[in-house]
Ligand binder design. Structure first.
Ligand SMILES: *Cc1c(COP(=O)(O)O)cnc(C)c1O
Length: 332
């Protein structure tokens, strides 16, 4: 796949408009432009959220979407938390499957896939509504074929553990929305420049949360540790899928708070692995933590076998090479 992740788009998308909580019919339109009023609510008050999921081509020629229901539910929840007009999950589901079916022949073979980006934002031209929701909105489903995340080999990531900064307001983490990304960016830019870090692991008050766009999971030999679901971070579908597969393997899954102190202590254990989970990369190894000017190697600093195996187990389900025993796939 040519170009950077997410820079190539299918030429058309599905779109629908909401006014006073009534949705229009769904249309298929060119995906190279949309028209919004310069006073649109989203441009001033960040009333926007999105989803990220993937469709995969199987060897039998079918195309299958991974965990569509989970992503729809989360989309609905983001919309609700932002007081955007309520989405009709059935309608959004049809918008997704229709456009993926339309471009079925363009869904690439594994390890590439078709990335699906549902987006919903407030369009009311009302700059006086700084403290009120938008009465109108637009929802579209944009498709982007994406290549293998691990082209060029599997490297480990360097994470800055940031105990001072916050990704977003601690009660706003469950929203998959632009505003949260905007507030995280400053911290990420500083970490890249000053520490040559790849990402920031946000740990406000010493509580290990997640990075700017991926969940954090620690694999300390037979124990899997990751923060329990609360309002402070995004509830990743990949996180939940990996925890399910880890439990299947007989690993002990501990969903609980973990402090920076405990994290750094465990990182030195032989066989310890740390990973970032998300739709784009599934599960990526972390090799180094940077904290208070010091560097800490995770295990031996190399990509570990547990993460590699869990990732390929999940890929096998997505790619139709292992049985989908839990109904995680939706055939288009
Ligand atoms: C999307 C996202 C994730 C990963 O979620 P998945 O459902 O696994 O793709 C994690 N953190 C943030 C902040 C996200 O926006």
């Amino acid at each position: 796949m040519a170009g950077e992740f997410g820079t190539q788009f299918m030429p058309e998308m599905t779109i629908a408009y909401s006014a006073d909580n009534v949705w229009s019919d769904v249309e298929r339109v060119a995906s190279d432009s949309i028209s919004v009023h310069p006073g649109a609510h989203v441009l001033h008050y960040a009333s926007t959220c999105f989803e990220g999921l993937k469709a995969f081509r199987h060897e039998d020629g079918s195309v299958q979407i991974f965990r569509l229901d989970q992503n729809l539910a989360r989309f609905a929840q983001s919309c609700a938390l932002l007081y955007l007009p309520e989405i009709d999950q059935k309608m959004t589901s049809a918008m997704i499957t229709d456009i993926v079916a339309y471009y079925k022949d363009d869904v690439p073979e594994p390890p590439a896939s078709m990335y699906i980006r549902p987006t919903h934002f407030g369009t009311e031209p009302a700059i006086g509504k700084a403290a009120a929701p938008s009465a109108t909105s637009t929802q579209f489903i944009l498709l982007s074929p994406v290549g293998d995340y691990f082209t060029g080999g599997e490297a480990t990531l360097r994470l800055l553990l940031d105990s001072d900064g916050m990704r977003c307001g601690l009660d706003h983490g469950r929203v998959k929305g632009g505003g949260n990304y905007a507030s995280a960016l400053k911290h990420i830019m500083v970490a890249k420049k000053e520490y040559a870090a790849d990402q920031v692991l946000f740990c406000p008050n010493g509580d290990v949360q997640e990075t700017g766009a991926a969940n954090f999971i620690l694999f300390d030999n037979n124990e899997v540790i990751t923060k329990a679901l609360d309002d402070s971070f995004l509830h990743g579908v990949t996180r939940q899928s990996i925890l399910t597969l880890a439990a299947d393997r007989g690993m002990t899954v501990s969903e609980r708070d973990i402090s920076v102190e405990e994290l750094l202590d465990r990182a030195s254990h032989k066989g310890c692995e740390a990973g970032l989970s998300g739709t784009a990369a599934v599960l990526t190894s972390v090799g180094t933590f940077i904290h208070d000017g010091k560097e800490y190697q995770v295990g031996d600093g190399q990509p570990g076998p547990v993460i590699r195996e869990l990732r390929s187990q999940l890929n096998d389900i997505q790619w139709g090479r292992a049985e989908d025993t839990r109904g995680w796939l939706t055939r288009v």
